[in-house]
Design a protein around this ligand. Structure first.
Ligand code: GLU
Ligand code: ZN
Length: 279
């Protein structure tokens, strides 16, 4: 039984790129189950009104999903439990470096200049030596010691991509310190991070194929590493093309001009949306 999902954050209007992602995920369910998940761990930016509009736009597009919808803000105990296990295994350390500290340390000559990975600037490991004993600290950002995590795994990270570049992927876990650095798994005021929450919830919901944009393809090795560390089932991954504007730039939250709601207000039909995204 196939299970796919669309996992928007209620921080702005859904635009054509979201429509493409949601319709692709629903089509990939192929008679199985298409789920909607609300990724609202950022309590500052998430708004009930945006969430309501997400339901409205997706229903208008003709999509349906099982209720109740899983909301990440209701899942904090599950994220906390996972963090406690990783903490007990000495795989996490507290880090209160701010962006400026990280930029300065990462751009030092011996670090070879700033490099970016799927968790932002590749963290130079300034706080890796911080104390990991005692109880898990409260509301302090926690990073994963990715080299140590990798050393706990046997064999390569293996997964299947089913999108345009379909095939098996194989990565040695020891290379992630170079390509990602130590990612933040718990952000201040959130109790989790995107990477941790998405992996835990995909497993909890029995997602068999993760359908999302190409912009997240580089996060996949980290997600598979987390799945292996937490002994979760590894789903298939389908990274779809991105919807771009006339200048070739991919659509983002700021592209409110491409909001589905605006097209609707102008009298567009769902078929018009499908045509615009070439479905
Ligand atoms: N909430 C994420 C986003 O809107 C979902 C990413 C994913 O599908 O893994 O980009
Ligand atoms: Zn730090």
């Amino acid at each position: 039984m196939r299970v796919t999902r669309f996992a928007p954050s209620p921080t702005g209007p859904l635009h054509l790129g979201h429509a493409f992602s949601a319709l692709t995920a629903a089509a990939r369910a192929e008679g199985g189950t298409f789920l909607l998940r609300i990724e609202d761990i950022d309590r500052q930016r998430s708004k009930p009104d945006w969430e309501r509009r997400i339901y409205d736009d997706l229903h208008w597009l003709g999509l349906t999903w099982p209720e109740p919808v899983l909301r990440q803000s209701d899942r904090l105990p599950a994220y906390r439990a996972a963090l406690e296990r990783l903490w007990a295994e000495r795989l996490l350390y507290p880090c209160t470096c701010n962006r400026r500290d990280i930029m300065d340390a990462a751009s030092a000559p011996q670090e070879g200049g700033l490099r970016f990975g799927p968790d932002g600037v590749i963290y130079p490991g300034t706080c890796r030596g911080h104390d990991r004993s005692g109880p898990i600290p409260d509301d302090v950002p926690l990073r994963l010691d990715i080299a140590r995590a990798a050393s706990r795994l046997e064999g390569p990270l293996l997964w299947t991509e089913t999108g345009e570049d379909a095939g098996m992927r194989e990565i040695a876990p020891g290379t992630l310190i170079e390509s990602i650095g130590d990612p933040v798994l718990a952000r201040r005021g959130m109790g989790t991070s995107y990477h941790l929450a998405v992996v835990i919830d995909d497993a909890r919901q029995g997602v068999t194929e993760v359908v999302r944009g190409r912009d997240l393809v580089e996060a996949t090795p980290l997600h598979v590493l987390l799945q292996r560390l937490m002994r979760l089932r590894i789903p298939e991954f389908h990274h779809h093309r991105l919807i771009r504007d006339e200048t070739g730039r991919r659509l983002a939250k700021r592209d409110d001009a491409r909001a589905i709601g605006l097209y609707r207000d102008e009298g567009a039909r769902p078929a018009d949306i499908r045509r615009m995204i070439a479905l």
